[in-house]
Write a protein that binds this ligand. Structure first.
Ligand code: PPS
Length: 303
């Protein structure tokens, strides 16, 4: 897990926003202070990890896992904003009261933690303790669109110069947490060697009950049909959008500006069609084919 000072290859725009590089992957500079602690993180066998590339439906899964964890108790799941209920392993960069590093306030077992780290950067102890890991993946085009709007509304990320420019950065992996392609491929390979449930955003959207039942099975948990109904309702896009503990409006407006673009924006597979031109789509597909050659991993790009 080498942390390098080798920033010369990094994108100028990102550097203005205090990024550092770990194994060639862009991370917030603020991780520097916690990186050693992340590497030395001591996992417990009953920890569950939620892993994703940014903008893949992480906060949706946070809500689902918290509801499962609390047996569908909606009141308990409104006790605090998402990141305080299911902390980020590496959330030190978030400048919000109470949200330091996930390492500091995830104490009571069984713990559920989130991370956007690549498989090869995950703290070793998580593998050693054979923790359960849920990986949520989303098709590249919708992920890219969502990431683009996230950059527009987030103060700690550079506002894209243009949509075309942002597409180039996505394709070359010059974004926070690096290449989408390497992230999903790395975790897809890891799932054959570890206790990983690999889940797709599009499947969750198409048949949430079926996917939640699969998650329950993976977690070794049984819930009544009524409780599953409650989870489905509470974690639906429309209900989450109105829930201040799930729609990320708890972050100060100088961090997330929801008037530019709400965090829960569209929540719909296929929104990329409203952004990609025909030429851009052809270029993207050609590049995608090369990057994803040799993997069995496939995605649906619409419902
Ligand atoms: S982050 O910043 O990495 O944690 O973002 P993340 O939560 O991974 O992804 C945000 C996108 O997930 C969508 N979302 C949902 N879609 C469907 N149903 C529900 N309940 C839901 N909750 C969040 C959210 O709208 C973002 O996608 P876009 O396409 O931008 O709308």
């Amino acid at each position: 897990m080498a942390q390098t000072e080798n920033t010369h290859q990094l994108d100028r725009k990102m550097l203005q926003f205090s990024m550092m590089e770990v194994d060639g992957i862009l991370m917030p500079q603020a991780f520097e202070g916690v990186w050693e602690r992340i590497c030395n993180f001591q996992a417990r066998p009953d920890d569950t990890f939620l892993v994703s590339y940014p903008k893949s439906g992480t906060m949706w899964m946070v809500e689902i896992l918290d509801m499962i964890h609390n047996d569908g108790d909606v009141v308990k799941c409104r006790r605090a904003t998402s990141i305080l209920r299911v902390p980020f392993l590496e959330s030190k960069f978030i400048n919000m009261e109470g949200a330091g590093s996930g390492l500091d306030f995830a104490t009571t077992s069984p713990r559920v933690l989130v991370t956007h780290l690549r498989a090869h950067l995950l703290p070793r102890s998580i593998w050693e303790q054979n923790c359960k890991i849920i990986y949520v993946a989303r098709n590249a085009k919708d992920c890219l669109v969502s990431y683009y709007h996230f950059h527009r509304m987030t103060s700690f990320l550079p506002t894209p110069a243009s949509w075309e420019d942002f597409c180039e950065d996505f394709m070359s992996g010059k974004l926070l947490y690096g290449s989408w392609y390497d992230h999903v491929k790395g975790w897809w390979e890891a799932k054959d060697k570890h206790r990983i449930f690999f889940l797709f955003y599009e499947d969750l959207k198409k048949n949430p009950r079926q996917e939640i039942c699969k998650i329950l099975k993976f977690l070794g948990k049984t819930l009544s049909e009524d409780t599953i109904d409650k989870i489905l309702h509470h974690t639906s896009f429309d209900v989450m959008k109105e829930n201040p503990m799930a729609n990320q409006t708890a972050f100060p407006p100088n961090i997330f500006n929801h008037t530019i673009s709400p965090f829960l924006r569209k929540g719909m597979p296929g929104d990329w069609k409203n952004h990609f031109t025909v030429a851009m789509n052809e270029k993207f597909d050609e590049h995608y084919k090369k990057k994803m050659a040799g993997t069995t991993l496939t995605f649906h790009t619409e419902l």
